[in-house]
Design a protein around this ligand. Structure first.
Ligand code: SF4
Ligand code: SF4
Length: 314
């Protein structure tokens, strides 16, 4: 029997730490709705940042420090407590990848007679990043207060009025998503963990998340995760047919280190280029082994103490 199988049989907890899983039924919901999530197709992101603005507006997220990075036009830098969506602008040397036809109305074909030396020598990759709403969410595993919870939609939601600011979730997230808010003393949200809730309040009201609603190119698609996975596979196949061989999916594989994510992406380069970990692993995956070893060590200590006590001379 493999280690994985032995852990699976050893403790029901292991069932929530490995492999493919439907998170809402696993969390105890009877007859939940289909799992909801995002498919973000970065090949049609135009970097307008409507998603960032809509998220802040709907969720009352305070303003961030906006300043251009020295390396690109990215002015919101990263996901953090005040940035639940982040649109990355990545500038990199151009490759011979043909542009993607968005099927949008145009004023005519772009001129093809641009001299080679006048063509830009870089390309922009734009991508709207967000909490991945992991199938196996380490942030949720380590939260001691129940502030983080699995919703009936299979998403991971943080309730800032219950969070005690311990920060365990911040260290546990394999993507560096969740963050504690910084700011002036007296603001009750300072020190409290913050991240995308996948607009839980809108979902319970039958609405789409604010960011997906605002995206003008439908780069951010919201829906049933199973259906989105099919859409994503079709989209990659179509791009490959069009010669965009760099297109690949990130986070859609239920057999990856976090059991696949509820928010997954079509990328046009390696994940590292977008600042994403290439092979994320749920950081709590070794907890059963650690508990078992700690238990064995405690038993050994107790046995040693008992033997020395019994063996003492009267
Ligand atoms: S990406 Fe991080 S914060 Fe989001 S669900 Fe996964 S572990 Fe939690
Ligand atoms: S789903 Fe809602 S909370 Fe999450 S990034 Fe989109 S707008 Fe923000």
């Amino acid at each position: 029997m493999s280690l994985r199988d032995s852990l699976f049989n050893w403790d029901g907890m292991a069932n929530s730490l490995f492999g493919p899983l439907d998170p809402a039924p696993n969390a105890g919901y009877d007859d939940p709705p289909a799992r909801k999530g995002f498919f973000t197709d970065t090949s049609i992101c135009i970097g307008c940042k409507a998603c960032e603005v809509a998220c802040k507006e709907w969720n009352d997220v305070p303003e961030n420090v906006f300043a251009m990075l020295g390396t690109s036009y990215d002015n919101s830098h990263s996901l953090n407590a005040n940035q639940w969506r982040h649109v990355a602008f990545i500038e990199k040397p151009a490759k011979a990848t043909p542009p993607v036809d968005l099927g949008m109305p145009t004023l005519g074909a772009a001129p093809n007679d641009v001299p080679e030396e006048e063509k830009p020598d870089f390309q922009w990759l734009m991508s709207s990043d967000v909490c991945k709403h992991c199938t196996h969410a380490a942030c949720l595993d380590v939260c001691p207060t129940g502030s983080l919870f699995r919703s009936e939609f299979g998403t991971v939601v943080v309730q800032d009025d219950i969070c005690n600011g311990c920060g365990y979730c911040v260290a546990a997230c394999p993507y560096g998503v969740i963050d504690r808010r910084r700011g002036p003393d007296g603001d009750p949200s300072v020190g409290i963990a913050q991240k995308c809730t996948l607009c839980y309040d809108r979902l319970t009201d039958g609405q789409r998340p604010a960011c997906a609603q605002a995206c003008p190119t439908e780069s951010i698609l919201f829906g049933d995760v199973e259906e989105l996975r099919r859409t994503a596979n079709d989209r990659v196949a179509r791009l490959h047919e069009q010669g965009v061989m760099d297109a690949r999916l990130y986070g859609n594989d239920p057999d990856d280190g976090v059991g696949g994510t509820g928010a997954f992406f079509l990328l046009l380069d390696e994940p590292e280029v977008y600042g994403l970990p290439p092979d994320p692993v749920v950081t709590t995956k070794d907890l059963p082994t650690m508990y078992r070893r700690a238990g064995a060590a405690a038993l050994a200590l107790l046995a040693g103490a008992a033997v020395s006590f019994v063996g003492r001379r009267p």
